[in-house]
Design a protein around this ligand. Structure first.
Ligand SMILES: Nc1nc2c(ncn2[C@@H]2O[C@H](COP(=O)(O)OP(=O)(O)O)[C@@H](O)[C@H]2O)c(=O)[nH]1
Ligand SMILES: [Mg+2]
Length: 402
């Protein structure tokens, strides 16, 4: 129902006009006490102070969550399969999560599979979407239930060392979507969480593609604010030494760029200067999802990142949460104050908005139900006025009552 947009009609009636009234300065002490009592009855939940630290209470040191991201075709799914094989062979307890709704067949058995919950082809049909829209919407739908996923893992936390997460083929569906952020944050606030960025090494041999891949990794690092391990995949096809050299030695990269005479080379050369600092914060390993090379080095890099997570990222995360909590409490306090003032004004009685009509007998017990408690500062109830003069229009009456 629309609220009458004509603000002129919305007279808050004063005490002389009817039983709906405004408490003016004449409000007695008794009335004020009444108001305070009814405020207490509202029972608006206050966040317990110190809740900001609650993330630390729920936080578990194990399992470590490894979220595998990377460009389409870089080998995420194959790499995840390799991780699963490696954990099984080395008696490490893993739990596998598939977040790609569009994958046809998985080479590994996933403990939790998005495809069991959402059928992306159905989503495409129902919402009239293309494949990418379908995948994104499926992930969004899944994200709404992600707290259940986290609590399922929490229940098994003692029996697990790693949670391995595969993400949709198209990188931006996970890294630039709200659902990707929700999922990442849900994990990161409960377990140590590391991003494994898979790079297609043979396809990054030109300085320009290498640079665009690194820029993407950089944006993910800053967006998720989580430790990131670069996994140069497909080393069975091309070794990754060139990449390490480019990252360590700026001049080596400049020399490679200078062989390229396109207009992008100048940009690429300048960008490499910017990324210098970013490279220092990364751990890079060469792996082959097919041959299994580099797995030990990868897990070593993960363990070092977990250490880093506990020392730096976790503290930062707690700080951000505390700040969010503080703002939330401030907002609540402001709303309560506003409500208190409104109640003092109305003297605990009903205020009628949006009517030129004489107020009828107003029931005093139009208290909001539980759902309405969530409304921030106003509790509205609309009813049709039977004596409405205008036959065409429903006169709307907004009653604020306490
Ligand atoms: N030679 C080689 N091919 C690989 C490797 N990892 C993945 N691939 C191939 O790369 C293609 C894409 O892999 P996939 O795991 O589906 O990529 P995703 O889209 O990132 O999940 C497949 O044809 C894989 O066989 C690897 O380490 N070496
Ligand atoms: Mg895949």
């Amino acid at each position: 129902m629309d609220i009458d947009p004509d603000l002129d009609k919305m007279n808050i009636k004063d005490a002389n006009e009817g039983s709906s009234m405004q408490l003016d300065s004449k409000g007695t002490l008794e009335e004020k006490e009444e108001i305070t009592k009814s405020m207490d009855k509202l029972n608006i939940h206050k966040a317990p102070s110190g809740q900001a630290g609650s993330s630390s209470l729920n936080f578990k040191r194990k399992p470590v969550v490894i979220i595998v991201v990377g460009m389409a075709g870089s080998g995420k799914t194959t790499f995840l399969h390799r991780l699963v094989c490696h954990t099984q062979a080395s008696n490490v307890r893993g739990y596998v999560l598939n977040l790609d709704p569009a994958v046809m067949t998985l080479p590994f058995g996933a403990n939790i599979d998005i495809r069991d919950t959402v059928r992306y082809k159905e989503v495409m049909k129902q919402f009239n979407l293309g494949p990418n829209g379908g995948i994104l919407t499926s992930l969004n739908l899944f994200a709404t239930k992600f707290d259940e996923v986290v609590s399922t893992i929490e229940r098994r936390a003692d029996q697990l060392d790693y949670v391995l997460v595969d993400t949709p083929g198209q990188i931006e569906i996970f890294t630039w979507s709200a659902s990707g952020a929700i999922i990442t944050e849900a994990f990161a606030s409960t377990f140590p969480t590391i991003i494994a960025y898979v790079v297609d090494t043979p396809r990054s041999s030109s300085p320009a593609t290498f640079m665009s891949n690194m820029l993407y990794a950089c944006s993910i690092l800053y967006k998720t604010r989580l430790p990131l391990v670069l996994a140069f995949n497909k080393t069975d096809v091309a070794q990754h030494q060139f990449a390490l050299e480019w990252m360590e030695d700026f001049e080596a990269f400049q020399a490679a760029v200078s062989t390229d005479h396109s207009y992008t080379s100048t940009l690429t050369a300048s960008l490499s200067l910017v990324l210098d600092e970013f490279y220092k914060n990364l751990k890079s390993v060469g792996v082959s999802a097919v041959s299994g090379a580099g797995m030990d080095a990868f897990f070593k890099a993960i363990e070092a990142s977990v250490q880093e997570y506990m020392e730096t990222y976790k503290a930062e995360l707690d700080k951000r949460r505390a700040e969010k909590q503080r703002l939330e409490e401030e907002r609540r306090r402001e709303n309560m104050e506003k409500l208190r003032k409104d109640m003092e004004k109305s003297g605990g009685e009903t205020v009628v908005l949006s009517t030129g009509l004489k107020d009828k007998q107003v029931t005093g017990d139009t208290m909001m139900d539980e759902e309405e408690e969530e409304e921030d500062d106003e509790f509205e109830r609309f009813s049709e006025e039977e004596d409405a003069v205008d036959e065409d229009e429903d006169e709307e009456v907004a009653r604020f009552s306490f």
